[in-house]
Design a protein around this ligand. Structure first.
Ligand code: FAD
Length: 410
């Protein structure tokens, strides 16, 4: 009797999707009844925590192809000879009743289990002029565009006002590294000691790093001050013109370059199914991270309400990986005819916050490092991830190349 095979379809090959695919493959490698299919619109996984580095590497140090090879890891290399089929395509619609997803150009794929790991998009909160005039930092191309614009404008004017909207992790990492980038350009490329930039960080909340430990905020504040960053808290951007931002306190700040890192929302593809989305536009899920009995959402795409805090979980990599592990375990339980278990988020997740040059605050839950030690911890976290997704030699080669590339402006 022929065995009819079933499909676990994972859409989105980012941190959550790749973790789910690799974990499932380990379990189902020798099971001919199940296929694992991974779909992504890009043929690579983007290592987002290093995007700020790409936005601050001088052209003479790294061409886009070299930078891409360290931050965009080909999915073909991650999969290798594993029992995972990869399809490049953009999800455009879903029929969860028929268990089908549709991709651009009219293709469709049937699933027995679906994992949506679509990530998130920049949220401009309908602030007039923001989408038109601010540069986002979400894709590889965004980072290169920022880098090119800073370099071009500074070379032309020898003075620049750079405003970053949003003092969460990505805004702080970016503005911290900008200070290094500007110094490098002034000293080594433009060779004008008078060449300088005003670096402004604008945050709507009453403090930078909303939701973080006050000690971490204090350290980050001090570090940013040392780097010459001007911080405006309690300052919500209400509108943006081509020349200036207007704040809720009626102050205006002129800018030459404005980068917006102040908000994320669910991927619009989450809204193409017939299931509910949260007010942040990601997929509403139950305690098992289920959309329905055949479909799950993980990572930024999952609107999971933490039962302890009654709030959505933060949108970060450790949460995406944790949810991916939980969903793969529940799928395996279902395959084996066992009962699913609910998802309990950790009380605290680790993070690493780099703030200019070789300085980082690394909170690994059980221990916290800062300064150069924090930066070393950041390197180890990166190596750990690369070793999880790639063969040993490839992981170490990309890791070493990334250190060389990212420190080239130090
Ligand atoms: C600049 C920046 C810096 C960050 N720094 C950190 C950090 O230091 N630490 C941290 O924990 N978090 C960080 N984050 C957040 C982190 O990147 C996300 O929380 C994490 O990537 C979420 O994982 P995910 O699997 O849900 O989505 P992602 O990793 O974003 O993956 C989503 C995948 O879905 C694909 N996709 C999207 N739409 C479609 C579609 N319609 N069809 C097919 N494929 C699609 C995308 O190509 C992508 O590969 C950062 C984010 C940014 C933007």
């Amino acid at each position: 009797m022929a065995i009819s095979s079933k499909t676990i379809l994972i859409v989105g090959a980012g941190f959550g999707g790749i973790t789910a695919a690799l974990k499932l493959e380990r379990q189902l490698r020798n099971n001919p009844s199940w296929n694992i299919v991974l779909i992504d619109k890009n043929p690579y996984q983007l290592y987002t925590p290093a995007l700020y580095e790409i936005a601050a590497i001088p052209k003479e140090e790294a061409a886009p192809e070299n930078m891409k090879s360290v931050i965009a890891i080909p999915i073909a290399n991650i999969i290798g000879k594993k029992k995972i089929a990869f399809l490049q395509g953009e999800l455009t619609g879903m029929d969860t009743k028929k268990q089908i997803v549709y991709t651009a150009h009219g293709a469709q794929a049937h699933y027995d289990f679906l994992i949506l790991a679509l990530g998130s998009e920049t949220n401009y909160f309908d602030i007039p002029g923001l989408r038109e005039h601010a540069l986002p930092l979400k894709k590889f191309e965004d980072a290169v565009r920022i880098r090119n614009k800073v370099e071009r404008m500074l070379a032309q004017r020898h003075t620049l006002t750079l405003v970053v909207g949003g003092a969460g992790m990505s805004g702080i990492e970016l503005i911290g590294e900008f200070s290094n980038f500007i110094r490098y350009l002034a000293e080594r490329t433009i060779r004008d000691p008078a060449c300088h930039a005003r670096l402004v960080l604008v945050e709507a909340s009453h403090a930078i790093l909303p939701g973080f430990d006050p000690h971490v905020r204090e350290r980050a504040n001090k570090r940013l001050a040392t780097l010459g960053v001007e911080i405006h808290t309690d300052s919500r951007i209400t509108s943006v013109t081509p020349q200036e931002i207007l704040l809720n306190n009626t102050q205006t700040i002129p800018y030459d370059i404005l980068v917006w890192t102040g908000g994320v929302m669910g991927n619009p593809a989450c809204g193409t199914g017939s299931f509910p989305v949260t007010d942040k536009k990601n997929c509403a899920v139950n305690e098992f991270l289920e959309i329905d009995s055949h479909a799950f959402a993980i990572g930024d795409a999952a609107g999971f309400i933490d039962p302890r805090t009654k709030a959505l979980l933060p949108w970060n990599i450790p949460v995406a990986e944790h949810e991916a592990r939980m969903v793969t375990r529940n799928i395996m339980r279902e395959i084996k005819g066992k009962q699913k278990r609910p998802f309990y988020p950790a009380q605290k997740y680790p993070y690493v916050l780099a703030i200019g040059k070789k300085y980082a605050i690394a909170d690994l839950v059980f221990i916290r490092f800062w300064g150069f030690a924090g930066w070393c911890a950041k390197l180890l976290v990166e190596l750990r991830y690369l070793l999880f997704i790639l063969p040993f030699g490839d992981a170490v080669r990309i890791w070493l190349k990334s250190i060389r590339t990212y420190t080239s402006n130090d």
